[in-house]
Write a protein that binds this ligand. Structure first.
Ligand SMILES: *Cc1c(COP(=O)(O)O)cnc(C)c1O
Length: 350
């Protein structure tokens, strides 16, 4: 697909390109062989993320998918069970890595807009026996991608965490967009992270780095994850060049997410006015999901009409479209996208 710069690219917050300042930081990064533990920029990033989330240690990984996998695999044995929401990223977009590579059984429950409550989870927690798998991990996702960037309420996360601790079950937090949750709710990152034993977060989403995620946890868990990362072929050498981009993003791109959230609300208000289009979820952060009524439009027709007018979005299931705001989308772009949506609404109403 064409992605020339004049397209307003709302397909995902992964499409951002490094800013000039970020590229400078990358070019100037001090590097070494990280598999030997010699890369000072990677070490600085791992320490920085660990302290940002109030944990002992962190591991820089190539992707959020690997971060989630290592979080699960480092705290479980083959045959263990993981309780999670049916719509979560681990369940839908990670090529069954937990099952395929580590033999985990995923027990997917129906969350309320991606949120499992402690009360809902409790009856599903199983003790290992001659017959049953043991529940070893409960996983949460904040913000929740498929449920429209929903912020997991801190109180419920605390209840889930307390329940898990009571049963000796570990908690994994898929915090690919945890900074978006933090900016939207004002909850400090450490408070979210305190609800979990392992946390993954992405630098390559709204933070705007080209590549990379981190897994954060206790020292012994991270030591195990480091070994498993090597087994997966994820040991990287002079990767300080990428760690520098992530450090730059943490220094410069967290606070500005507020703009992305405002932009998402603006897009939502235009979408709401279109005949046959309704918001699937309330907009809380940078993701907008809309349901398309088949009597008015097809998803393909809307996406095609938008593309013809310079706006890119994606299908999100059979009757939904998704738009995501990020740091390569300016206020002018949002205004233009709004005009495009209004003009589509007008032609369609006619
Ligand atoms: C993007 C994303 C990930 C990780 O994706 P990668 O493409 O592997 O970096 C994990 N969880 C959620 C919720 C995501 O949106």
């Amino acid at each position: 697909m064409t992605t020339s710069p004049h397209f307003i690219d709302l397909r995902s917050d992964t499409v951002t390109r490094p800013t000039p300042g970020m590229r400078r930081a990358m070019a100037e990064a001090e590097v070494g062989d990280d598999v030997f533990g010699d890369d000072p920029t990677v070490i600085a990033l791992e320490q920085r993320v660990a302290s940002l989330l109030g944990k002992e240690a962190a591991l820089f990984v190539p992707s959020g998918t690997m971060g989630n996998f290592l979080g699960l695999a480092s705290t479980s044995e083959r045959g263990d069970e993981v309780i999670l929401d049916r719509n979560c990223h681990i369940m839908n977009y990670e090529v069954s890595s937990a099952a395929a590579l580590h033999g985990l059984q995923l027990n997917a429950l129906d969350g309320d807009r991606g949120m499992l409550t402690a009360a809902q989870i409790e009856p599903h927690i199983k003790k290992e026996s001659l017959h049953t798998p043991g529940t070893r991990i409960v996983a949460m996702e904040n913000t929740h991608n498929r449920c429209g960037g929903r912020v997991y309420p801190l109180d419920e996360m605390k209840r889930v965490s307390a329940l898990a601790r009571k049963h000796g079950v570990s908690v994994h937090l898929d915090g690919a967009r945890l900074c978006n949750a933090h900016v939207a709710s004002g909850v400090p990152l450490v408070e979210y992270a305190a609800c979990a034993d392992t946390v993954s977060m992405c630098f390559s989403k709204g933070l705007g780095a080209p590549v990379g995620s981190a897994l954060v946890s206790r020292r012994d868990v991270i030591d195990r994850a480091r070994r498993l990362r090597k087994r997966l072929g994820g040991g990287m050498r002079q990767v300080g060049i990428l760690a520098a981009a992530a450090l730059y993003a943490l220094d410069n791109h967290i606070g500005r997410m507020r703009e992305d959230h405002d932009h998402a609300l603006q897009l939502a208000s235009h979408l709401e006015k279109m005949p046959g289009v309704s918001l699937t979820f309330p907009v809380e952060t940078n993701i907008v999901v809309a349901t398309v009524d088949a009597r008015h439009w097809t998803v393909e027709a809307i996406l095609g009409a938008l593309r013809d007018r310079g706006v890119l979005a994606v299908a999100f299931g059979a009757d939904r479209i998704r738009m995501v705001t990020h740091l390569d989308v300016s206020s002018d772009d949002i205004e233009r996208a709004g005009e495009v949506l209004s003009s589509l609404a007008a032609t369609h109403a006619g």
